[in-house]
Design a protein. Sequence first.
Length: 294
Amino acid sequence: MSSSAHSVSGASAGRSMSAGVLLVVLAGALLHASWNLLVKSRRDTHVATATMYLGAGLLAALALPLLPTPAPASWPYLAASTVVEFAYGLLLAAAYRVGDLSHAYPLMRGTAPLLVAIGSAALVGEHLSWPLWAGVVLVSSGVLSMIFGASQSGHSGTAARLALLNAVVIATYTVIDGIGVRLSGAPFAYGLWLFALLAVPWLMWFLVRGQPARQGWHRQIGFGIGGGACSLASYALALWAMTRAPVAAVAAVRESSILFGTLLGAVVLHERVTWARALGAVAITLGVLIIRGA
Protein backbone atom coordinates (compact mmCIF):
# COMPACT_ATOMS: atom_id res chain seq x y z
CA MET A 1 0.00 0.00 0.00
CA SER A 2 1.26 3.48 -0.87
CA SER A 3 2.10 6.12 1.70
CA SER A 4 -0.86 8.13 0.43
CA ALA A 5 -3.21 5.24 1.06
CA HIS A 6 -1.70 4.80 4.50
CA SER A 7 -2.31 8.47 5.27
CA VAL A 8 -5.93 8.29 4.15
CA SER A 9 -6.62 5.15 6.15
CA GLY A 10 -4.77 6.58 9.10
CA ALA A 11 -6.74 9.81 8.94
CA SER A 12 -10.05 7.98 9.00
CA ALA A 13 -9.12 5.18 11.37
CA GLY A 14 -10.94 5.22 14.65
CA ARG A 15 -13.45 7.84 13.56
CA SER A 16 -17.17 7.34 13.46
CA MET A 17 -19.22 8.81 10.64
CA SER A 18 -20.68 12.20 11.55
CA ALA A 19 -24.11 13.31 10.36
CA GLY A 20 -22.50 15.74 7.92
CA VAL A 21 -20.31 13.08 6.33
CA LEU A 22 -23.27 10.70 6.20
CA LEU A 23 -25.27 13.29 4.24
CA VAL A 24 -22.35 13.79 1.84
CA VAL A 25 -22.08 10.05 1.18
CA LEU A 26 -25.85 9.79 0.65
CA ALA A 27 -25.66 12.73 -1.77
CA GLY A 28 -22.93 10.91 -3.69
CA ALA A 29 -25.05 7.76 -3.83
CA LEU A 30 -28.00 9.77 -5.14
CA LEU A 31 -25.79 11.36 -7.81
CA HIS A 32 -24.61 7.93 -8.93
CA ALA A 33 -28.18 6.69 -9.31
CA SER A 34 -29.09 9.99 -11.00
CA TRP A 35 -26.64 9.68 -13.89
CA ASN A 36 -27.99 6.18 -14.47
CA LEU A 37 -31.47 7.71 -14.51
CA LEU A 38 -30.31 10.21 -17.14
CA VAL A 39 -29.00 7.42 -19.36
CA LYS A 40 -32.16 5.34 -18.98
CA SER A 41 -34.39 8.35 -19.75
CA ARG A 42 -32.95 8.82 -23.26
CA ARG A 43 -34.31 7.09 -26.34
CA ASP A 44 -30.90 5.80 -27.45
CA THR A 45 -29.18 4.61 -24.28
CA HIS A 46 -25.89 3.88 -26.08
CA VAL A 47 -25.62 7.43 -27.42
CA ALA A 48 -26.59 8.74 -23.97
CA THR A 49 -23.90 6.63 -22.28
CA ALA A 50 -21.27 7.74 -24.80
CA THR A 51 -22.22 11.39 -24.38
CA MET A 52 -22.08 11.14 -20.60
CA TYR A 53 -18.63 9.54 -20.66
CA LEU A 54 -17.37 12.18 -23.08
CA GLY A 55 -18.69 14.90 -20.77
CA ALA A 56 -17.05 13.32 -17.74
CA GLY A 57 -13.80 12.88 -19.66
CA LEU A 58 -13.75 16.54 -20.68
CA LEU A 59 -14.33 17.74 -17.12
CA ALA A 60 -11.66 15.36 -15.81
CA ALA A 61 -9.13 16.50 -18.42
CA LEU A 62 -9.63 20.12 -17.37
CA ALA A 63 -8.73 19.24 -13.77
CA LEU A 64 -5.77 16.95 -14.47
CA PRO A 65 -3.13 19.73 -14.88
CA LEU A 66 -3.83 20.72 -11.27
CA LEU A 67 -3.14 17.24 -9.89
CA PRO A 68 -0.05 15.04 -9.45
CA THR A 69 0.61 12.28 -11.96
CA PRO A 70 -0.17 8.75 -10.70
CA ALA A 71 2.89 6.57 -10.07
CA PRO A 72 4.04 4.59 -13.15
CA ALA A 73 3.28 1.31 -11.36
CA SER A 74 -0.44 2.13 -11.61
CA TRP A 75 -0.49 2.82 -15.36
CA PRO A 76 -1.05 -0.80 -16.46
CA TYR A 77 -4.06 -0.92 -14.13
CA LEU A 78 -5.38 2.31 -15.60
CA ALA A 79 -5.10 0.80 -19.09
CA ALA A 80 -6.79 -2.45 -18.06
CA SER A 81 -9.55 -0.62 -16.19
CA THR A 82 -10.22 1.59 -19.22
CA VAL A 83 -10.91 -1.48 -21.36
CA VAL A 84 -13.06 -3.19 -18.72
CA GLU A 85 -15.07 -0.06 -17.89
CA PHE A 86 -15.73 0.57 -21.58
CA ALA A 87 -17.30 -2.89 -21.66
CA TYR A 88 -19.26 -1.91 -18.53
CA GLY A 89 -20.68 1.14 -20.31
CA LEU A 90 -21.74 -0.91 -23.34
CA LEU A 91 -23.50 -3.48 -21.15
CA LEU A 92 -25.08 -0.74 -19.03
CA ALA A 93 -26.60 0.88 -22.11
CA ALA A 94 -27.80 -2.48 -23.42
CA ALA A 95 -29.45 -3.38 -20.10
CA TYR A 96 -31.25 -0.03 -19.92
CA ARG A 97 -32.36 -0.32 -23.55
CA VAL A 98 -34.43 -3.42 -22.77
CA GLY A 99 -35.01 -3.20 -19.00
CA ASP A 100 -36.14 -0.90 -16.20
CA LEU A 101 -33.80 1.20 -14.08
CA SER A 102 -35.48 -0.13 -10.92
CA HIS A 103 -34.68 -3.67 -12.05
CA ALA A 104 -31.28 -3.53 -13.78
CA TYR A 105 -29.57 -1.05 -11.46
CA PRO A 106 -30.01 -3.06 -8.21
CA LEU A 107 -28.93 -6.25 -9.97
CA MET A 108 -25.76 -4.64 -11.33
CA ARG A 109 -24.74 -2.71 -8.23
CA GLY A 110 -25.76 -5.34 -5.69
CA THR A 111 -24.40 -8.50 -7.26
CA ALA A 112 -20.91 -7.06 -7.84
CA PRO A 113 -19.95 -6.78 -4.11
CA LEU A 114 -21.28 -10.32 -3.66
CA LEU A 115 -18.94 -11.58 -6.39
CA VAL A 116 -15.99 -9.62 -4.98
CA ALA A 117 -16.58 -11.05 -1.48
CA ILE A 118 -16.84 -14.65 -2.70
CA GLY A 119 -13.98 -14.26 -5.18
CA SER A 120 -11.67 -12.67 -2.61
CA ALA A 121 -12.37 -15.45 -0.13
CA ALA A 122 -11.69 -18.10 -2.78
CA LEU A 123 -8.43 -16.47 -3.90
CA VAL A 124 -6.93 -16.18 -0.43
CA GLY A 125 -8.37 -19.47 0.79
CA GLU A 126 -10.27 -17.99 3.72
CA HIS A 127 -13.66 -19.06 5.01
CA LEU A 128 -16.46 -16.50 4.96
CA SER A 129 -17.52 -15.27 8.40
CA TRP A 130 -21.12 -15.67 9.52
CA PRO A 131 -21.92 -11.99 8.87
CA LEU A 132 -20.51 -12.34 5.35
CA TRP A 133 -22.58 -15.47 4.78
CA ALA A 134 -25.66 -13.57 5.95
CA GLY A 135 -24.87 -10.82 3.45
CA VAL A 136 -24.34 -13.37 0.67
CA VAL A 137 -27.69 -15.01 1.42
CA LEU A 138 -29.52 -11.68 1.48
CA VAL A 139 -28.04 -10.47 -1.82
CA SER A 140 -28.65 -13.83 -3.47
CA SER A 141 -32.25 -13.87 -2.23
CA GLY A 142 -32.80 -10.34 -3.50
CA VAL A 143 -31.37 -11.19 -6.92
CA LEU A 144 -33.53 -14.31 -7.20
CA SER A 145 -36.58 -12.31 -6.09
CA MET A 146 -35.98 -9.74 -8.84
CA ILE A 147 -35.43 -12.37 -11.51
CA PHE A 148 -38.54 -14.31 -10.40
CA GLY A 149 -40.58 -11.10 -10.22
CA ALA A 150 -39.54 -10.14 -13.75
CA SER A 151 -40.50 -13.55 -15.14
CA GLN A 152 -43.85 -13.48 -13.32
CA SER A 153 -44.70 -10.05 -14.75
CA GLY A 154 -43.91 -11.18 -18.29
CA HIS A 155 -40.74 -9.12 -18.72
CA SER A 156 -37.94 -10.51 -20.84
CA GLY A 157 -35.06 -12.06 -18.97
CA THR A 158 -32.62 -10.30 -21.32
CA ALA A 159 -32.28 -7.28 -19.03
CA ALA A 160 -31.57 -9.50 -16.03
CA ARG A 161 -28.94 -11.46 -17.93
CA LEU A 162 -27.25 -8.27 -19.14
CA ALA A 163 -27.33 -6.77 -15.64
CA LEU A 164 -25.85 -9.89 -14.05
CA LEU A 165 -23.15 -10.08 -16.73
CA ASN A 166 -22.34 -6.45 -16.04
CA ALA A 167 -22.07 -7.25 -12.33
CA VAL A 168 -19.17 -9.55 -13.24
CA VAL A 169 -17.59 -6.68 -15.17
CA ILE A 170 -18.09 -4.30 -12.21
CA ALA A 171 -16.49 -6.84 -9.87
CA THR A 172 -13.55 -7.12 -12.30
CA TYR A 173 -12.83 -3.42 -12.50
CA THR A 174 -13.36 -3.09 -8.75
CA VAL A 175 -10.45 -5.46 -8.17
CA ILE A 176 -8.31 -3.78 -10.86
CA ASP A 177 -8.91 -0.28 -9.48
CA GLY A 178 -8.50 -1.47 -5.91
CA ILE A 179 -4.92 -2.43 -6.76
CA GLY A 180 -4.22 0.44 -9.14
CA VAL A 181 -5.38 3.23 -6.85
CA ARG A 182 -3.13 1.96 -4.05
CA LEU A 183 -0.14 1.88 -6.37
CA SER A 184 -0.91 5.33 -7.77
CA GLY A 185 -0.03 7.35 -4.67
CA ALA A 186 -2.70 9.82 -5.85
CA PRO A 187 -6.21 8.31 -5.61
CA PHE A 188 -8.11 11.34 -6.92
CA ALA A 189 -5.73 11.81 -9.85
CA TYR A 190 -6.01 8.08 -10.65
CA GLY A 191 -9.79 8.38 -10.85
CA LEU A 192 -9.72 11.48 -13.05
CA TRP A 193 -7.18 9.89 -15.38
CA LEU A 194 -9.55 6.95 -15.69
CA PHE A 195 -12.46 9.24 -16.61
CA ALA A 196 -10.28 11.06 -19.15
CA LEU A 197 -9.00 7.83 -20.72
CA LEU A 198 -12.52 6.38 -20.95
CA ALA A 199 -13.51 9.26 -23.23
CA VAL A 200 -11.14 7.91 -25.92
CA PRO A 201 -12.91 4.58 -26.70
CA TRP A 202 -16.28 6.32 -26.50
CA LEU A 203 -15.13 8.94 -29.00
CA MET A 204 -13.98 6.11 -31.28
CA TRP A 205 -17.38 4.47 -30.77
CA PHE A 206 -19.06 7.64 -32.03
CA LEU A 207 -16.83 7.66 -35.12
CA VAL A 208 -17.50 3.98 -35.87
CA ARG A 209 -21.27 4.31 -35.39
CA GLY A 210 -21.31 6.98 -38.09
CA GLN A 211 -23.93 9.58 -38.87
CA PRO A 212 -26.87 8.09 -36.90
CA ALA A 213 -24.95 8.39 -33.63
CA ARG A 214 -23.50 11.83 -34.42
CA GLN A 215 -26.78 13.31 -35.60
CA GLY A 216 -27.85 16.06 -33.24
CA TRP A 217 -24.80 15.57 -31.02
CA HIS A 218 -24.63 19.33 -30.36
CA ARG A 219 -28.01 19.11 -28.63
CA GLN A 220 -26.54 16.47 -26.28
CA ILE A 221 -23.71 18.63 -24.92
CA GLY A 222 -25.65 19.86 -21.90
CA PHE A 223 -26.81 16.34 -21.15
CA GLY A 224 -23.27 14.99 -21.39
CA ILE A 225 -21.78 17.67 -19.16
CA GLY A 226 -24.59 17.25 -16.62
CA GLY A 227 -24.36 13.46 -16.52
CA GLY A 228 -20.57 13.59 -16.44
CA ALA A 229 -20.64 16.10 -13.59
CA CYS A 230 -22.96 13.79 -11.59
CA SER A 231 -20.56 10.88 -12.11
CA LEU A 232 -17.46 12.88 -11.20
CA ALA A 233 -19.12 14.50 -8.19
CA SER A 234 -20.25 11.11 -6.87
CA TYR A 235 -16.68 9.84 -7.10
CA ALA A 236 -15.19 12.98 -5.51
CA LEU A 237 -17.65 13.01 -2.61
CA ALA A 238 -16.90 9.37 -1.81
CA LEU A 239 -13.15 9.99 -1.81
CA TRP A 240 -13.54 13.06 0.42
CA ALA A 241 -15.75 11.12 2.85
CA MET A 242 -13.12 8.38 3.09
CA THR A 243 -10.73 10.93 4.58
CA ARG A 244 -13.27 11.80 7.27
CA ALA A 245 -14.76 8.40 8.17
CA PRO A 246 -13.82 4.69 8.01
CA VAL A 247 -13.51 3.52 4.40
CA ALA A 248 -15.67 0.42 5.03
CA ALA A 249 -18.47 2.59 6.47
CA VAL A 250 -18.38 4.95 3.48
CA ALA A 251 -18.41 2.03 1.02
CA ALA A 252 -21.38 0.50 2.82
CA VAL A 253 -23.48 3.68 2.94
CA ARG A 254 -22.76 4.32 -0.76
CA GLU A 255 -24.75 1.20 -1.56
CA SER A 256 -27.90 3.12 -0.66
CA SER A 257 -27.68 4.06 -4.35
CA ILE A 258 -29.41 0.71 -4.96
CA LEU A 259 -32.53 1.99 -3.20
CA PHE A 260 -32.20 5.40 -4.88
CA GLY A 261 -32.11 3.70 -8.28
CA THR A 262 -35.27 1.77 -7.50
CA LEU A 263 -37.07 4.87 -6.18
CA LEU A 264 -36.02 7.06 -9.12
CA GLY A 265 -37.23 4.43 -11.54
CA ALA A 266 -40.62 4.33 -9.83
CA VAL A 267 -41.10 8.06 -9.19
CA VAL A 268 -39.42 9.72 -12.18
CA LEU A 269 -39.76 7.09 -14.91
CA HIS A 270 -43.07 5.70 -13.59
CA GLU A 271 -41.81 2.13 -13.73
CA ARG A 272 -43.99 -0.55 -12.17
CA VAL A 273 -42.19 -1.64 -9.02
CA THR A 274 -43.79 -4.87 -7.82
CA TRP A 275 -43.53 -6.16 -4.26
CA ALA A 276 -41.02 -8.76 -5.45
CA ARG A 277 -38.84 -6.04 -6.99
CA ALA A 278 -39.12 -3.74 -3.96
CA LEU A 279 -38.32 -6.50 -1.46
CA GLY A 280 -35.50 -7.67 -3.69
CA ALA A 281 -33.96 -4.18 -3.71
CA VAL A 282 -34.21 -3.95 0.07
CA ALA A 283 -32.66 -7.42 0.55
CA ILE A 284 -29.81 -6.60 -1.85
CA THR A 285 -29.13 -3.30 -0.07
CA LEU A 286 -29.08 -4.90 3.38
CA GLY A 287 -26.89 -7.73 2.15
CA VAL A 288 -24.37 -5.36 0.56
CA LEU A 289 -24.30 -3.24 3.73
CA ILE A 290 -23.35 -6.38 5.69
CA ILE A 291 -20.74 -7.48 3.13
CA ARG A 292 -19.16 -4.03 2.98
CA GLY A 293 -19.12 -3.62 6.76
CA ALA A 294 -17.99 -7.14 7.69
